[in-house]
Design a protein around this ligand. Sequence first.
Ligand code: GDP
Ligand code: MG
Length: 438
Amino acid sequence: GLSEKLSLTFKKLRGQGRLSEEHVRTAMREVRLALLEADVSYKVVKDFISTVTEQCVGTDVLDSLTPAQQVIKIVNQELTNLMGGTNAKLATAPHPPTVVMMVGLQGAGKTTNGAKLAGYLRKTMQKRPLLVACDIYRPAAIEQLKVVGGQLDIPVFEMGQGDPVKTAQAAITHAKDHGNDLVILDTAGRLHIDETLMDELKRMKSTVKPHEILLVVDAMTGQDAVNAAGAFDEALGIDGVVLTKLDGDARGGAALSIRASTGKPVKFAGTGEKLDMIEPFHPERMASRILGMGDMLSLIEKAEEAFDEKNAAKLEEKIKKNAFTLEDYLDQLNQVKKMGGLGQLAGMLPGKMGQQMQGAEIDEKALAHTEAIILSMTPKERQNPQILQASRKRRIAAGCGLQVSEINKLLKQFDMIQQMTKQMGKMGKGGRMPSFGG
Ligand code: GDP
Ligand code: MG
């Protein structure tokens, strides 16, 4: 995937604090390839690269990320923005029923995804949908809609091979009479854009005034899907897109190109032949998919979380066994620092203990001293500070360049913490104790 390629690329480059022009130029070659491989159209790739290059150059690399990860983070964010940032919702009519018109080329998935959408909205929004057979040119089309409707137990309205615009109008009246608050019009498609079909769809639009015209496109068809989107949008003015067959090996670049060229959002994704395989479209997930990196950023986050959790569990074990050492103390102070100071920790501790610590701040210098002191101890001393007699203390003080009084202060603090952890150990017998690591 892209992330591995970028990591390799960056290994050869120096200067990790800030993204240099050289970094970015090199990275963008890989990004460009990844996008083209994902079937994003050339023009969109070109514009995208120039936007992201501008954003990347001179950006500080976050402590927790490598330069490769930093670039991916920016690219991922920009891709997400380009696809609209968040999931775009369907319109809802102020007075039911909401009328949704499914349009698109033949085979794109109008009939099946119209039914899937009906099932999905019934399940998630308690809608009472009505499916309407407006594809009258193939006798099998009406039958197909009845079959999928039947499988989902959703009513299907049809008037045979009559004028589809009249069928749509009658269906809306029928819906009002029968308490259907959602009407989904399954229209005809052609293999290619054609005037006659567009005229019929335009007539349907102006007569029934749908609240939502959803263009269904097959993600596998790449650039053809993008061209279809342009043509349908120009002729009809679409409100959104259902991108189907994303379960195939399509990398989903069409989502990006469609949004970039028409400005219309992808609202749903079809992810399989089964009738429950539709989901709201999430730009950030698609961005990760286009980059071919799984969901790398959240993997990084999870890895960090898992590390903290493992630490917290280990600590919990030690506290229960009263085996909390100075070394653990140092670990925990570092964790606390990472999560924003003792104030946070105080909020998680019960009763008086928490109150005592409230407002206490970790001061970087004190933490550095603590660290220096503990690091100057032998492992045995860290495990067992009771053995620290005057001579040992002097040795440690000399080792870390601090006064013996500072060592005493630390030992006193540690003693207090140990008292606390003993209490917590008793408390934690049954359930979970609040973990220091968050
Ligand atoms: P229409 O001509 O636009 O009405 O297209 P259909 O709804 O008849 O679908 C054409 C074919 O694509 C059918 O075999 C569907 O089962 C299939 N199909 C539709 N959506 C998906 C999808 O998300 N994934 C997969 N794998 N197949 C799909
Ligand atoms: Mg159909």
